[in-house]
Design a binder for this molecule. Structure first.
Ligand code: F6R
Length: 611
C-alpha cells in the first residue's frame, strides 16, 4: 500500500515522478504529493488522485533534477491535504515519503512533543521524519547516519525516501517489509515501489532488502546495512515491457486483464506442461520433490483471492496426491502459535509477493524450520525471494485492483503442481494423469470461447445491477469459485455478496432468499451435479432469482434457472478455472453499470503491505 517514486539524474524529475505515480496508483489513491529540490525544497500535495494534483500545480515552477513522489493509502489519519505525503521536517529542510506503518510512533511522538515539537498531520510519517531530524541535529551527524540511528529504534514496516536541502542531488532510502526497487541508468537512478516507473529508462534494477539503506546520487548507488557496512548491489535484468503495464486500448485494466487470460494461462503452462509427452517440468517442484513426496502436511497461507486459490488447491492436492492440506489466512496464521512439524511444507500464494501478512507468516514459519514454497506472480518480489523454492504464475503485471488473471494463473500453477506431485508419488493413474494434462492444455482455448459470449453476461449484469445483496453458491471444486465470485462482486460493485457451499445455505443464509435476491450457482457438470440441482430447486421454491453457470449441453438447469451462462465441458478439477471467467465478467459489468471505478474501487489498494 502506498506507492513511492524517486529520481535523481540529468533529466527533469517531475515528469518521471508524476508518470511513475500514475503507474503506482493501484497501490493507493487517497492523496498524492511530490517534493522537488531546486535551490530549495518544494512540496506539492493534495487529497485525491494523481491527476488532481497535476491539475492543481499547472503553471508552477517544477524544474528539478531530484524529486520524490507518493500516492497514499491512508493508515494514520484520514485522506486530506495535510496528511498527504511528502511531509517536511520542523526545520523545513527535509522531506520524506513513507510506505508502511511505524508501530511505535506514539512513543516517539510523545518523546518529541516533550522536546517541544509540534505536528501538523496525524501521520506516523511526520513523527519519524522529525525523529530523524532531531537525531541529525543532536548528534551533529549527516542525514544518512541519522536515518540509521533512527531506524534502529523503529518497529513496524517501511520504505522511506528522504530529500535534504543540503544535498540537492541525493535521495536517502531505506526498507524494511515494504518493497523498494532502484533502477540503474547511465548517470541517473530511479526508485519505485515496483519497477513500473522506470521501465522506459532502464532494465537494470536492484531489489533492496530489509534493513538496507541506500544513498542514491546520479552517478553513485551505495547500499549499506544498518551497521554502516557496505553491501554490493545485486543488479537484476528486468523481463518486462512498457506495453504490459498500459491499457492497450481497453477502457479498464480489469477488462484487459480478464481478456488476456487465454494468453496468460498459456504463458503459465508454456514450457512446463507437455500433454503429448505426458510431462510437467517445474524445476521448483523437482528440486524439492523428495520433500513433497514425504510431506506429512501442506499448509497454504494466503489472503483474499489468493486464499481462494489455496482452498481449491486443498481439494485438488488432497484428491490427487493424498497429502493433507490446511488452508490458513496469513493474518491469522502469523499471530497464533501454529504447530509446524518436521516434514510440513508451507505454500505461500500471492500475486504481488509483497502482502505483509503472507510475508511475515512465512518468515515466522521459516524461523521454525518449515520449507517455504512460493506461488507468486511478481518476479523478484519479497515472497519470491524468501521462499526456498517456488513457481511463478507468469500472468504479467496485474494493475486492476481486483485480481483476475493472477487468480487463474495461480489455479493453473497449483493444478500442475498437484499433478506433478501425484505422478511422482504414484497416487494418480496414468490415464487420469494423461487426461488431466490434456484438459489443462485445452484451458486457454476454452477461456477464449467463454470470452466470446461476454455480452450475455453484460445482459445479466444489467438485469441485476440494482440488487443490494447476492449469494454465490457452489459445491466441491466450485465452492472456492463461489467465494471468489462473491468477493469480486463486493469489491467491484459495492453490492453485499456472500459465498457459501451450496448445501450450507440451508443452515442460515436461506433466510435471506426472497424474490429480490439474486443467487449465483456455479453448477457445472461434476459429481455434485444432482445435489446442486436440488439446491437450485430449494432457492426457486422461495422465489429467489437463480443465475446459473452451467456446462454446455446441460438440459436440466435451464428449465429452472432465471438466467444461465454456458461454459465448455471440462473435468471437474479443471472446470473451476473456466467458471471463474463468468464471475469476473459479471462483476465487471455490474461495476461499470453502477459507475464504479473498477480499476480503483473505494478503500482498496492492490498491494497490501500493511497488516
Ligand atoms: C481481490 C484481491 C485481494 C488480494 C489479496 C492478496 O481481488 O486482489 O483479495 O488477493 O490482497 O494479495 P496478494 O495475492 O498480492 O498476496
Amino acid at each position: 500500500m502506498c506507492g513511492i517514486v524517486g529520481y535523481t539524474g540529468p533529466k527533469e524529475a517531475y515528469p518521471i515522478v508524476i508518470t511513475g505515480l500514475k503507474r503506482l496508483e493501484y497501490r493507493g489513491y487517497d492523496s498524492t504529493g511530490v517534493a522537488l529540490l531546486n535551490g530549495g525544497l518544494k512540496v506539492y500535495k493534495k487529497k485525491g488522485r494523481v491527476a488532481e494534483l497535476e491539475d492543481a500545480i499547472v503553471g508552477k515552477n517544477l524544474h528539478s533534477h531530484t524529486g520524490i513522489g507518493h500516492t497514499r493509502w491512508a493508515t494514520h489519519g484520514e485522506p486530506s491535504d495535510v496528511n498527504a505525503h511528502p511531509h517536511t521536517s520542523a526545520s523545513g529542510k527535509l522531506a520524506m515519503i513513507h510506505n508502511g506503518i511505524i508501530e511505535n510512533y506514539a512513543q516517539l511522538k510523545k518523546e518529541l512533543t516533550n522536546k517541544g515539537y509540534t505536528f501538523s498531520s496525524e501521520t506516523d510519517t511526520e513523527v519519524l521524519l522529525n525523529f530523524i531530524e532531531d537525531i541529525k541535529e543532536n548528534n551533529k551527524c549527516d542525514l544518512e547516519e541519522a536515518v540509521r540511528v533512527a531506524l534502529k529504534r523503529v518497529t513496524g514496516a517501511y520504505v522511506i525516501l528522504l530529500l535534504d536541502e543540503e544535498n540537492p542531488d541525493t535521495i536517502i532510502a531505506a526498507r524494511k517489509g515494504s518493497p523498494l526497487v532502484i533502477g540503474v541508468g547511465k548517470g541517473e537512478h530511479f526508485l519505485g515501489s515496483d519497477a513500473s516507473p522506470m521501465l522506459e529508462y532502464t532494465k537494470e534494477v536492484v531489489y533492496v532488502n530489509d534493513y538496507e539503506l541506500a544513498i542514491v546520487k546520479p552517478n553513485e548507488l551505495i547500499l549499506k546495512n544498518l551497521g554502516n557496512e557496505k553491501i554490493t548491489p545485486f543488479v537484476t535484468k528486468l523481463d518486462m515491457e512498457l506495453a504490459a503495464i498500459e491499457k492497450g486500448g481497453y477502457d479498464h485494466f480489469m477488462l484487459k486483464e480478464i481478456v488476456e487470460q487465454p494468453s496468460t494461462i498459456h504463458d503459465c503452462l508454456r514450457g512446463r506442461l507437455d500433454a503429448n509427452a505426458g510431462t510437467i517440468t517445474m524445476s521448483g517442484i523437482q528440486d524439492n520433490i523428495e520433500h513433497f513426496k514425504k510431506a506429512n502436511r501442506i499448509i497454504m497461507v494466503a489472503c483474499g483471492t489468493s486464499w481462494h486459490a489455496a482452498l481449491l488447491a486443498e481439494y485438488i492436492i488432497e484428491e490427487l496426491c493424498r497429502i493433507p492440506v490446511e488452508v490458513e489466512y496469513a493474518s491469522e496464521f502469523r499471530y497464533r502459535n501454529p504447530i509446524i512439524n518436521k516434514g510440513d511444507i508451507i505454500v505461500a500464494i500471492s500475486q504481488s509477493g509483497e502482502t505483509a501478512d503472507t510475508l511475515v507468516a512465512i518468515e515466522r514459519a521459516k524461523e521454525n524450520g518449515a520449507i517455504i514454497f512460493g506461488v507468486v506472480n511478481v518476479v523478484g518480489s519479497s515472497i519470491a525471494r524468501i521462499s526456498d523454492g517456488g513457481a511463478y504464475t507468469h500472468a504479467g503485471p496485474e494493475i486492476g485492483v481486483a485480481s483476475t488473471k493472477a487468480f487463474t494463473g495461480q489455479l493453473a500453477v497449483l493444478t500442475m503442481m498437484a499433478l506433478k506431485i501425484a505422478k511422482e508419488k504414484g497416487t494418480i493413474s496414468n490415464d487420469r494423469y494423461k487426461n488431466l494434462l490434456l484438459e489443462l492444455e485445452a484451458v486457454p482455448e476454452k477461456v477464449s470461447a467463454i470470452l466470446k459470449n461476454a455480452e450475455d453476461l453484460k445482459k445479466i449484469a444489467l438485469k441485476y445491477k440494482g440488487a443490494s445483496d447476492a449469494l454465490f453458491l457452489g459445491r466441491g471444486y466450485n465452492f472456492p469459485i463461489a467465494l471468489e465470485g462473491a468477493l469480486k462482486l463486493k469489491e467491484i460493485s459495492y453490492i453485499h455478496a456472500e459465498g457459501y457451499p451450496a448445501a450450507e445455505m440451508k443452515h442460515g443464509p436461506i433466510a435471506l432468499v426472497d424474490e429480490n435476491l439474486p443467487v449465483v450457482f456455479i453448477a457445472t457438470k461434476d459429481s455434485y451435479h444432482e445435489k446442486i440441482v436440488s439446491n437450485i430447486q430449494e432457492i426457486k421454491a422461495r422465489k429467489g432469482k437463480v443465475i446459473a453457470i452451467i456446462t454446455e449441453g446441460d438440459d436440466v438447469i435451464p428449465g429452472m434457472a432465471d438466467d444461465v451462462f454456458y461454459v465448455p465441458a471440462a473435468d471437474e478439477i479443471i472446470a473451476p478455472i473456466l467458471s471463474t471467467i463468468p464471475m469476473q465478467l459479471l462483476s465487471y459489468y455490474v461495476g461499470i453499470a453502477k459507475g464504479v471505478d473498477v480499476d480503483k474501487p473505494r478503500n482498496l489498494a492492490k498491494s497490501v503491505t500493511v497488516e
